[in-house]
Ligand binder design. Structure first.
Ligand SMILES: Nc1ncnc2c1ncn2[C@@H]1O[C@H](COP(=O)(O)OP(=O)(O)OP(=O)(O)O)[C@@H](O)[C@H]1O
Ligand SMILES: [Mg+2]
Length: 421
């Protein structure tokens, strides 16, 4: 792709606009497709958070030149891979002895395989998928991620790398993961993301890869999922594969359709790596701004209490998302995801700080701090919610033991699950 590139953005089978990027990749532009604007429909696909305006004029952006947004508006940066996807991408490109690749070229590789519903064209076509062999994929990923010395003499096989690139890079996040679709009738699993029909279950699978890791991280995440269900917090149905990989149904593939999804970071431009805007209050304000039903604000309050009590400190702004309702042209809070004991329990962290502050604090959060939030956002009966979630503490140790998490790990997790200060 040439410098000063342009890429088209499609949503719900129509071109909604074009992103442009200057050669130095510092400034980008976006222009809505005038035909799309003239329809006067889907008015709220990008809520008015002060970034994209509904105008036929070209809009310029220089404020997003950082690691999180890579120069482009956050709504589209949400489609780019994070740490894990970028490592795989790089391994594949290195294999091809490719030059540096631009951010719009990355979007072209993502093409129609991105999370959510936005698609980027022209698509860079890649060879067809071959059948999936999870074990083989895992062995390869271990080599790519340097978790194991390569037993191969030659460079990694290009087709194999393309396969993992295609099935693993579009999801965000730091941990290794792949996307699979499982035929509801036959149980047959196909890799990647090109099927989104109703006769498949679509999973995001977080893989247990690191043999050096001294505790079963994905099993702990599964136990947290079971616990979360007890508290009535919404999360997509999830399961363990081979008793060790955590598979969760995708909320951006439902009812046989791609769902338009933005994270809190993608919607607002609040950088999830920067503490400046990382607070629960901002998240509640965003929900109010999006006119999200009050019951979902209560749900967000529950998630906050759960994260505090069960030491999920990695509750950053990209770990909260919203789903667009096409019929109503409005937004809802997505099901919860990435909720687990965030630190390695076998390492003693001194007073871990949570990503999102509560009443200005990132640790030592008190009941008074959360009462303040309950008051500000008219959440009824905060004590009832807190008691209900606290009552699940014993359940967690039971679940962890039932799933053969080593005793020391269970003890350390239960130490960390201390609740309020
Ligand atoms: N059930 C789901 N359906 C659709 N998208 C999901 C789902 N779960 C996670 N995601 C998306 O995939 C991304 C990565 O997932 P997740 O946050 O669980 O991974 P992670 O590697 O643990 O992240 P982190 O870097 O925060 O530790 C999320 O940011 C979210 O956008
Ligand atoms: Mg995450």
């Amino acid at each position: 792709m040439a410098a000063n590139e342009i890429i088209n953005v499609h949503l719900f089978d129509q071109e909604i606009g074009r992103i442009g990027m200057q050669e130095n990749e510092v400034r980008s532009s976006f222009q809505f497709n005038p035909d799309f604007l003239n329809q006067n429909k889907l008015l709220n696909i990008f809520p008015k958070t002060g970034i994209l305006r509904r105008t036929k004029h070209v809009q310029l952006f220089s404020q997003f030149d950082n690691e999180t947004f890579k120069g482009i508006p956050p709504q589209f940066a949400d489609s780019l891979p994070d740490r894990f996807g970028s490592i795989i991408f790089k391994a594949w490109l290195d294999n091809k002895v490719h030059q540096n690749i631009s951010v719009l070229e990355q979007l072209a590789y993502i093409g129609n395989r991105g999370m959510g519903a936005m698609e980027y064209k022209p698509i860079v076509q890649l060879p067809e998928n071959v059948a999936i062999d999870l074990d083989e994929i895992i062995e390869l990923l271990k080599e790519v991620l340097d978790l194991k010395k390569s037993s191969r003499q030659k460079k990694l096989d290009n087709q194999a790398l393309i396969n993992i690139f295609k099935i693993g890079t579009s999801a965000g996040g730091a941990r290794p993961k792949i996307l699979i679709s499982e035929n509801r009738k036959t149980g047959k699993v196909i890799p990647g993301d090109l099927e989104y029909g109703d006769h498949f279950n679509h999973y995001l699978v977080k893989l247990a890869l690191d043999e050096n890791e001294n505790y079963p991280r994905e099993v702990v995440e599964y136990c947290y999922y079971l616990l979360l269900k007890n508290t009535g917090i919404r999360m997509m149905d999830s399961k363990l594969i081979d008793n060790k990989h955590f598979a969760t149904l995708r909320f951006d593939r439902q009812d046989g359709q791609k769902q338009h999804v933005l994270t809190a970071t993608g919607m607002t431009g609040w950088d999830y790596k920067n503490p400046t805007n990382s607070s629960y209050e901002n998240l509640f304000n965003l929900c109010s701004f999006l006119k999200i039903p009050h019951t979902q604000l209560e749900e967000l309050f529950k998630r906050m209490i759960f994260n505090i009590i069960f030491a999920n400190t990695d509750d950053h702004l990209k770990n909260h998302a919203f789903i667009y309702n096409q019929k109503k042209d409005s937004w809802e809070l997505s099901p919860a995801y990435d909720i687990t004991f965030a630190m390695n329990p076998l390492i003693d962290f001194k007073q871990p700080k949570r990503a999102l502050s509560v009443n200005g604090k990132r640790n030592k959060i008190t009941l008074q701090d959360v009462y303040k939030i309950a008051e500000d956002y008219t959440i009824k009966n905060p004590d009832g919610i807190i008691k209900e979630i606290e009552s699940q503490q014993k359940e967690l140790s039971k679940l962890l033991m039932q799933h053969d998490v080593p005793k020391l790990v269970v003890e350390k997790i239960m130490d960390g699950v201390a609740g309020f200060d």
